[in-house]
Design a protein around this ligand. Structure first.
Ligand code: CTP
Length: 402
């Protein structure tokens, strides 16, 4: 009974997947949760309140007031009662209302007044789910701090096949259980993360840079914040931003800017993660005007940038943890272990460009982790947020006292 005593408000909206909310209710009750169900008006076309009331052992709410009995349902009370507001399935329509503060039924009113965490599991047809407005609404409510249980891939009610299926109730249950068993192991810890590429100016319109997307750094920042850390993200240009609004973002351009930002923060930090792809060299002279095309060739003289991880590694105290990254194309383990020693890292995360689904620009990654103590492990190809969790777990296992 992993959810004993937990109060879950289950929101059901108008989607063909609404029938799965019956299975979900049963699973939640079996784990000991107290469940109250709230339905949107169009959910009533897909599943009856009687089914959900029987399974949840509680009256189902779907209107502000029952004209027959005259009973008024207080959406504020419902929101205050819940430890978690789980909306599964959430339709594109209700998602749009959540993203824009529209409040035209009991379910949307409860969303606006709920103080508890909100978890939503979308269910939509293939093209609807990929529509930019739906993606934007999902990002918007993510930025409000809501938890998104992304749709699964498979056969859809329309006959099409792809991403859009409501996450299976058994998988939703796993997320709910892990939400309640979430640890705050980094509570009060100050964490510095560098992320994304740097840009080294050639002239006012051109620069040298690389393909880093910053997705790994953003996932790490979100994972640390979720575990209670006070996160400072020093972010290169164009890099993906994390979603947790508590993360402090310091935007930089060049390696020198990134170093200055990190140097200012370093002393107060407990953990530093160097996930940025810092340009190793920068043009020696930056032209003040746009360089004009002349002749058949051109040479730009480059000068070495400061190595941020190496420089701060020399100042690391015994109570600080430094984590580095290495992206290699050959002799990977040797290069990663050399960097681990040279830059005084406690742990290094190796990406190989030879692994499919790993490295720059991908949403997934496959890593090998080596610690200063000689421990090593290898992950499968996983979404970057799952890789971030593995890295955090290994940081927790380090012997350094933080
Ligand atoms: N790093 C850094 N500052 C730099 C270069 C790298 O902080 N100027 C950090 C990276 O963020 C990463 C680690 O050092 O955590 C290794 O980066 P990588 O580019 O693989 O190593 P380099 O030392 O630049 O070696 P090379 O490019 O020759 O492989």
């Amino acid at each position: 009974m992993l959810l004993k005593g937990k109060k879950i408000l289950l929101g059901v909206t108008g989607s063909i997947a609404a029938y799965k909310s019956a299975i979900l209710t049963r699973l939640l009750i079996k784990e000991g949760a107290e469940v109250q169900v709230i339905m949107s008006t169009s959910a009533l076309d897909f599943i009856t309140p009687l089914t959900l009331a029987t399974l949840s052992k509680s009256a189902v709410h779907h209107q502000f007031h029952d004209p027959k009995s005259g009973v008024w349902t207080n959406h504020v009370d419902l929101g205050l009662w819940a430890d978690l507001f789980l909306v599964a399935p959430i339709s594109a329509n209700t998602l749009g209302k959540f993203a824009n503060g529209i409040c035209d039924n009991l379910l949307t009113a409860t969303y606006l007044s709920a103080r508890c965490p909100v978890m939503v599991a979308p269910a939509m047809d293939l093209d609807m789910y990929q529509h930019p407005s739906v993606r934007e609404n999902l990002n918007k409510i993510k930025a409000f701090g809501n938890i998104i249980l992304e749709a699964e891939t498979g056969e859809l009610a329309s006959g099409l096949s792809g991403q859009g299926r409501l996450m299976e109730p058994e998988h939703i249950l796993e997320y709910v259980i892990s939400h309640f068993s979430k640890t705050e192991d980094f509570k009060g810890k100050k964490v510095l993360i560098t992320s994304g590429p740097t840009q080294e100016a050639i002239d006012p319109v051109r620069f040298i840079s690389n393909h880093s997307s910053g997705k790994m750094g953003a996932s790490l920042a979100d994972s640390f914040a979720e575990e209670g850390a006070d996160v400072y993200l020093v972010l290169g240009p164009g890099a993906v931003k994390p979603v947790d609004p508590k993360i402090k973002i310091i935007k930089v351009k060049s390696a020198e800017d990134m170093f200055q930002a990190c140097d200012n923060l370093h002393k107060q930090m407990d953990i530093c993660v160097f996930a940025a792809a810092v340009a190793d060299y920068a043009p020696k002279h930056v032209a003040s005007e746009k360089i004009k095309k002349e002749g058949d060739g051109m040479t730009i003289e480059l000068t070495k940038n400061i190595d941020i991880a190496y420089t701060l590694g020399k100042q690391k105290s015994p109570f600080q943890i430094h984590v580095g990254f290495a992206l290699e194309t050959e002799n990977e383990e040797f290069h990663a272990k050399t960097k681990l020693q040279k830059k005084n890292f406690d742990l290094i995360v190796l990406n190989s460009m030879r692994d499919a689904g790993a490295g720059f620009q991908h949403d997934t990654n496959k890593v090998r982790i080596f610690t200063e103590e000689g421990k090593s492990l290898e992950s499968e190809v996983l979404p970057k947020n799952e890789i971030a969790k593995i890295i955090l777990k290994e940081i927790k296992n380090l012997p350094v006292k933080i």
